[in-house]
Design a protein around this ligand. Structure first.
Ligand SMILES: Nc1nc2c(c(=O)[nH]1)N[C@H]1C(S)=C(S)[C@@H](COP(=O)(O)O)O[C@H]1N2
Ligand SMILES: [Mo]
Length: 502
């Protein structure tokens, strides 16, 4: 053992030495990364808490999860995905509480964007200088040296460091994994969870389906948490002054120059940590609007990709989570008892030819069937075969006027805080081949639970945009005057964005 340690002291002597110190941009990016990560991780945990189960299979059948922090799904009663959300303390999640995924997502995605920009700038800068040689192992010697470092740490007899010019083996490997593996894996698996991207990728989106992506995203997250904890502890126990001088002053000295800046950085991150949740709860609408300005437009762009992924019968999920607030009016009860023979779908607003359709009228029209994946914002997914009428056929019949820009779907059901559930779509998105008004699910008439008599399927959006128990469709030029003016019930009440293909 001693021979081994003597031969491999911890830092690979054959590794190139970096002599340009720690430039100001590196110090700044390192700090920003820490600040951004705090938001991303906390908001990410909040998102996970909205469906606190992880699976390797796309169908999310209860009992098949490999990880959960929630009881097993109760049997013998309706248990919706919203019932399943877990409450988080406000110091942990952003903004804490229960089912606050709408706000958490604005934080997660907006700060993600800043983090990615910081990361891209970092990649460019390190490869434009010699700094990349700190992070990328260029000699196999790094492996025995990493082992040697681990042994020495475990023996509490720390190796001599020369981190001004070269990191030790373990350090280099863990930095490499973090910067060049975990970060890109997190970004890709994050994006793969979106309906627009997943559905666009065909086979790839199906093999690396949402639950696989979500599970890998989680594993990558645990790496980050482990790394940040270990890395943070190491700052303190391997030479606090030298380390903080490198990090915050860019100097090699045994003095205290960097330390005050390090403390300041910790105070800033601490303050941001302390303020994030109360601020978000107090200014929820502002967080929603800022998020929309920062990343909403990028999400909106992906509505232009025609969703393509269609699956086969073998992919149909044995279980399809139900979600939402059921209708409970006398009117709806009557419709159920007459088997929807008195049901009329009213289509009007800014159209040349307003229509009323009975269910029989709709069933007499051209029928389309499609097997697709449903992506709920909360994180679960499920595959079903849907049968119904193409929205583009309805559009051709009612002829929206030139000034009409949005299609509004109204529900027979109320939302969870009372008031009509409704949602707004861009008209062009209703012309996609897979946008249908479904009256069938898996070959059977649509059940009450899943939206009878009629629900929307719009395969490049998240589930909440697919209104169930549709009563009427209206074409409008603007949605400012509807509800709280955000483009839908969950947009108004849960601060979601009205264009949510990602
Ligand atoms: N009227 C109405 N439609 C709704 C909802 C709702 O609460 N009310 N929930 C939405 C959400 S969040 C999802 S994920 C899907 C769930 O559809 P499912 O119950 O068929 O799974 O319906 C959407 N349509
Ligand atoms: Mo949902």
């Amino acid at each position: 053992m001693q021979d081994f340690i003597k031969r491999y002291p911890g830092t690979a002597q054959t590794a190139p030495s970096v002599d340009s110190g720690f430039p100001w941009w590196l110090q700044l990016q390192h700090f920003l990364n820490m600040l951004f990560m705090m938001f991303i991780i906390r908001a990410g945990i909040q998102i996970l808490a909205d469906h606190p189960r992880l699976y390797w299979n796309r169908d999310c059948t209860p009992g098949t999860e490999w990880f959960r922090f929630q009881h097993p799904v109760p049997q013998g009663r309706i248990w919706t995905a919203k019932d399943d959300a877990v409450t988080l303390p406000s110091w942990l999640g952003i903004p804490g509480l229960r089912h606050t995924i709408g706000l958490a997502r604005w934080w997660h995605f907006s700060i993600d964007l800043l983090w990615v920009l910081n990361g891209v700038a970092f990649y460019i800068m390190i490869f434009a200088t010699d700094q990349w040689l700190r992070l990328v192992p260029v000699t196999w010697d790094v492996i025995p040296n990493a082992l040697s470092t681990a042994i020495q740490y475990a023996s509490l007899n720390f190796p001599t460091e020369s981190s001004w010019t070269r990191y030790n083996g373990l350090q280099q490997l863990s930095y490499f994994v973090t910067v060049f593996i975990a970060a890109p894996v997190s970004i890709t698996t994050g994006l793969l969870q979106s309906p627009a991207i997943s559905n666009r990728l065909g086979l790839l989106g199906s093999v690396l389906n949402r639950q696989v992506a979500r599970s890998v995203h989680f594993i990558s997250f645990t790496w980050f948490v482990f790394f940040i904890l270990a890395h943070g502890i190491m700052v303190f126990i391997t030479g606090l002054r030298e380390n903080t001088n490198h990090m915050f002053a860019g100097v090699k000295s045994p003095g205290w120059v960097g330390f005050p800046f390090f403390v300041l950085a910790l105070v800033l991150v601490g303050l941001a940590w302390w303020a994030a949740s109360p601020f978000t709860i107090r200014h929820a609408r502002l967080v929603q609007k800022t998020g929309r300005i920062m990343v909403g437009w990028i999400k909106g762009l992906s509505e232009w990709w025609e969703p393509t992924a269609e699956l086969s019968e073998a992919d149909i999920s044995p279980h399809f989570w139900p979600n939402g607030t059921m209708p409970n009016s006398a009117e709806y009860e009557h419709l159920v008892s007459c088997k929807f023979s008195d049901y009329r779908l009213r289509v009007g607003g800014m159209v040349e030819s307003p229509h009323e359709f009975s269910l029989a009228d709709l069933k007499a029209m051209r029928k389309q069937q499609q097997i697709t994946t449903h992506f709920c914002i909360q994180g679960w997914s499920g595959v079903a075969e849907w049968g119904g009428v193409k929205m583009s056929d309805i559009l051709d019949m009612v002829k929206p006027m030139p000034g009409a820009r949005y299609t509004v779907f109204y529900s027979l059901a109320e939302g969870s805080d009372g008031g009509c559930y409704y949602d707004v779509h861009e008209i062009f998105n209703m012309r996609h081949r897979l946008s249908i008004l479904a009256y069938e699910m898996n070959g059977e008439p649509l059940s009450v639970l899943h939206g009878a008599p009629l629900r929307l399927r719009c395969e490049n959006e998240l589930g909440f945009k697919m209104v169930k128990w549709i009563s009427a469709i209206e074409f409008v030029s603007d949605f400012k005057d509807l509800g709280a003016g955000q483009g839908g019930y969950n947009e108004d009440h849960e601060f979601y964005g009205y264009r949510m293909p990602i």
